[in-house]
Design a protein around this ligand. Structure first.
Ligand SMILES: Nc1ncnc2c1ncn2[C@@H]1O[C@H](COP(=O)(O)OP(=O)(O)O)[C@@H](O)[C@H]1O
Ligand SMILES: [Mg+2]
Length: 421
């Protein structure tokens, strides 16, 4: 099988890393990829949002399966474009991906099939939104309806903050047309879990659950980021809870999408809030998570390529998917200053000293012509270790981080700490 992975982050490095393991896979291209994917596959310099360029590339390279990483090309219709050209592509169609790129739509679907979520309303003007707000209890969550690169959900604790959030989104248009509408949600308490699942439109196979850390600094302080670390599995979310969440939140949505004519194939990612034994959905994503993928895939024992292809072909057999027992911990190494301003271009040393059992998934890295790997983004890479216990995985990952260095290197020291403390 010849595969084209689309994207350039740690998620795509992890996907490529797992896919090359497959006996069915003979060649992998990554567009555009990063220094990590370049070391195990062939990067091609086509942007993840250049739909026509990607289709031409897939045809030219005789690709048997395209695997789409990020949400933006899914929302632009990359999977549809590939299918129109006869290229099998893993991921939802543009119509199905709406589950992620419209939070209002996701709430409609959830309401229709009784999936538990925060009470919510949709608005297009600040005045109407403020009227509604006056009758609700704070805090509330104001969300841009569309894709906002993980920055579109704003927790507001006062009317003043709400006014500012609404003004930013609806009037100043800080998220562009993603802010044509806002969704206002009640604030939910609890612990967050990411539950991703493979689906072929009918059948659903959940992956192992994981928890990610979004704040930049230890103790969940500092600004929100794309994710600073992740671990699997959370002790508070056992197999029984995962099974309940799958039948309560994921299966009904997959079936409702099919009934409505938007059959959903690919990865469906449920962001859940868990309060004791109460499970509610915060959002759906239409793709593998980043950094969840980097932590979850090392626990996947069975073949990934076959599973992805079976989703595309509508013949997923959940019984063929096996997970390794044990734990995994991933820590993101970032450029100092991220998610604000930071400097790139610093050489990264020590990558050759990492324990071969620990995976280093690159995100913002670049391979220089002289062979050096330099920093090239806010989130530079993540190190992921597995172990029989969380303590073992955690110790291994943090011990290996000390072997890596670059100027202004920054990482959180408390990933998975709550599971071992
Ligand atoms: N209703 C809610 N109650 C409490 N926290 C929320 C709620 N909705 C979102 N959040 C917090 O905001 C984060 C981002 O919201 P989410 O809906 O996942 O949007 P996105 O990932 O697109 O930015 C969540 O991970 C969660 O921490
Ligand atoms: Mg989210």
């Amino acid at each position: 099988m010849r595969i084209l992975v689309v994207g350039s982050g740690g998620r795509e490095h992890a996907l490529t890393w797992k896919l090359i393991d497959s006996p069915q896979v003979s060649k992998i291209f990554v567009a555009p990829g990063n220094a990590g994917t370049a070391s195990i596959a062939e990067n091609v310099d086509v942007s993840a949002t250049d739909l026509q360029g990607l289709v031409s590339l897939a045809l030219q390279k005789r690709i048997d399966l395209v695997v789409v990483g990020p949400e933006v090309p899914l929302a632009m219709g990359l999977v549809d474009a590939m299918h129109d050209s006869g290229v099998p592509a893993f991921g939802p169609t543009q119509a199905a991906a709406r589950l992620e790129y419209s939070k209002a739509f996701a709430h409609e679907i959830m309401d229709k099939c009784g999936v538990p979520a925060a009470a919510s309303r949709v608005f297009t003007t600040s005045a109407a939104a403020l009227d509604y707000l006056a009758g609700r209890q704070l805090p509330l969550v104001v969300k841009a309806d569309g894709l906002a690169a993980g920055k579109g959900a704003i927790i507001v604790t006062s009317v003043k903050e709400a006014e500012k959030a609404l003004k930013d989104i609806l009037e100043r248009r800080v998220f562009g047309e993603a802010g044509d509408r806002v969704v206002i949600e009640d604030f939910l308490e609890g612990w967050e879990v990411s539950l991703l699942a493979f689906t072929d439109g009918t059948r659903v196979a959940p992956m192992v659950p994981s928890c990610d850390y979004k704040r930049a600094l230890d103790n969940d302080e500092g600004p929100n980021t794309g994710g600073m670390g992740c671990y699997s599995p959370p002790a508070f979310f056992d197999d029984n809870m995962a099974g309940r969440a799958t039948s309560l939140a994921i299966m009904p949505v997959v079936h409702a999408m099919a009934d409505a004519g938007w059959e959903y194939r690919g990865v469906i990612y449920a962001g859940l809030m868990v309060d004791e034994d109460r499970i509610r959905v915060l959002e759906f994503n239409a793709r593998f998570g980043d950094p969840e993928t980097q932590i979850v895939l090392p626990r996947l024992q069975s073949d990934l390529a076959g599973t992805l292809l079976s989703c595309v072909n509508g013949c997923l057999d959940p019984a063929t998917i096996q997970w390794r027992p044990g734990c995994s911990v991933g820590v993101v190494i970032a450029s100092g200053g991220y998610p604000g301003d930071y400097t790139i271009g610093y050489p990264i040393t020590g990558l050759d000293r990492i324990d071969p059992k620990v995976a280093a998934f690159h995100a913002g890295t670049r391979l220089e012509e002289d062979g050096r790997i330099v920093t090239d983004g806010g989130r530079v890479m993540s190190l992921v270790a597995t172990g029989d216990t969380m303590a073992e995985a955690r110790e291994r990952v943090y011990e290996n981080i000390t072997r890596i260095s670059f100027s202004d290197m920054m990482y959180r020291t408390d990933i998975a700490l709550r599971e071992v403390a």
